[in-house]
Design a binder for this molecule. Structure first.
Ligand code: FRU
Length: 430
């Protein structure tokens, strides 16, 4: 049996981290990703590439970007995509190590373009942005670019000596950029480096999504090595000031980072995250590949929270459905839906993991490592793949995403006070 997912996206071989350049170009969905094709560990970053018509079935494409120029010699780091007058623009960070220990680095912002969405040419003006933003340092990366009122905007994640922050740039032509200043961070409250920022409008508010490194655990919150969460606020690009509320974790599982979004031609704001966390073990490396993405999720703002709901296309995977009671069931490509009328426990992958509701506590335990929140869990939609679980509570109000590695990975059991439990078996995409 393999850990390879049946319906989540994973690289054909080699190492994968962040989703990059998510977009829809000429009617086709594109996903790029941080990729090391020559080994199962993180190393000189490339941009892997895949395309899809439904965000569920992906076709692997040739590698889109490789390191090699003076300015991106040691890595083509994360970034985003923008369609500028019919030309696909990929903005990324060029990484260069300045010492053998790979501690000192130089990071610059670069562009590659394509008219066919398959072959990309690095721009002659590269690097478009060099040096460090005001008061910043060498860690400055992960450009997210968007257009608004005929102008182009870019945010970058960066840091001070101890504080993460986001800096805004502006451009008339998507090539020449001017720094406008820091729009968020520098408060000392949210870690020492902000990676992979994303800023987008949703239901009249401006959401800033980010992946801060180094927030300390606080009660039940922030138990992963690094976090991924958001602010809700409003951005005034003229001042420029981003006023916002408190930071909220976006997902409560063990493996969720570097989330990015894009808007598709149906107006949906869709998010995909790296279904992993840095600095852990990856048992799938023995099989020649590393890491998978989360399911794509549609975002909405409800009751002052960001909800994540699996995109509706996920239902095309359903092959059979059956009502289940407390009897054990098997499978490594499943969706389970039910309502809770009291406490319950789902044992999955043998006893490797449990997801349970006890009163107002929802808890996902993996190999004894607990992620827990206080919440009123009423309805549940749970996706089980060969080595992962994603739990959507109350239509996406709370989500838990974790990888689970087990020798007993096809045995599961749901018991407790639940109603209308339906099990869907999925088609095999592998
Ligand atoms: C986030 C990150 C980014 C960087 C990329 C390098 O996981 O550290 O900040 O661009 O990974 O692969």
């Amino acid at each position: 049996m393999t850990y390879r997912p049946r319906y989540h996206f994973a690289p054909p071989f080699g190492w994968m981290n962040d989703p990059n350049g998510l977009c829809q170009f000429n009617g086709v969905y594109h996903m790029f990703y941080q990729y090391h094709p020559f080994g199962v560990e993180w190393d000189d970053m490339h941009w892997g590439h895949a395309t899809s018509y439904d965000l569920i079935h992906w076709e692997h494409k040739p590698i889109a970007l490789r390191p090699g120029q003076d300015y991106d010699r040691d890595g083509v780091f994360s970034g985003s995509a923008l369609n500028v007058d019919g030309v696909l623009h990929l903005y990324y960070t060029g990484n260069v190590w300045l010492d053998e220990q790979r501690e000192e680095l130089k990071q610059v912002q670069c562009l590659a373009t394509s008219t066919d969405g398959v072959t990309f040419t690095k721009h002659p003006n590269n690097p478009l942005i060099t040096g460090e933003p005001e008061r910043g340092n060498a860690h400055v990366r992960d450009p997210k670019v968007w257009t608004e009122n005929g102008r182009y905007y870019m945010i970058l994640g960066t840091r001070d000596v101890k504080d993460g922050k986001v800096v805004l740039y502006e451009s008339n032509d998507a090539i020449h950029w001017t720094e406008r200043g820091v729009i968020a961070g520098e408060t000392g409250e949210h870690g020492w480096m902000w990676e992979c920022p994303d800023l987008f409008s949703l239901d009249g508010r401006d959401v800033l999504l980010l992946s801060p490194q180094g927030m300390e655990p606080d009660d039940d919150r922030y138990h992963n090595l690094h976090q991924c969460g958001y602010f809700i606020g409003s951005l005034d690009v003229d001042t420029p000031v981003y006023k916002h509320g408190t930071f909220t974790e976006l997902d409560y599982g063990h493996d969720f980072y570097a989330a990015q979004t894009f808007q598709d031609d149906r107006g949906r704001r869709i998010l995909i995250a790296w279904n992993a966390m840095w600095e852990r073990n990856w048992p799938e490396q023995a099989e020649g590949w590393t890491n998978q993405m989360t399911l794509p999720r549609e975002l909405s703002l409800r009751n002052g929270r960001l909800y994540m709901t699996p995109i509706e296309e996920v239902t095309i995977l359903r092959r059979t459905s059956e009502q289940i009671d407390g009897t054990p069931f098997e499978g490594d490509a499943l969706e389970l839906t039910f309502s809770a009328i009291g406490d319950f426990t789902l044992h999955c992958f043998g006893d490797t993991a449990t997801f349970s509701k006890q009163g107002d506590v929802l808890e996902l335990k993996r190999d004894g490592d607990i992620r827990r929140i206080k919440a009123d869990g009423r309805t549940f939609r749970i996706f089980i793949d060969a080595s992962s679980i994603e739990v959507f509570v109350n239509d996406g109000e709370y989500v838990f995403s974790s990888r689970i590695y087990s020798q007993h990975r096809i045995k599961h059991k749901l018991s407790g006070h639940i109603t209308e439990a339906t099990l869907f078996r999925f088609t095999d995409n592998r």
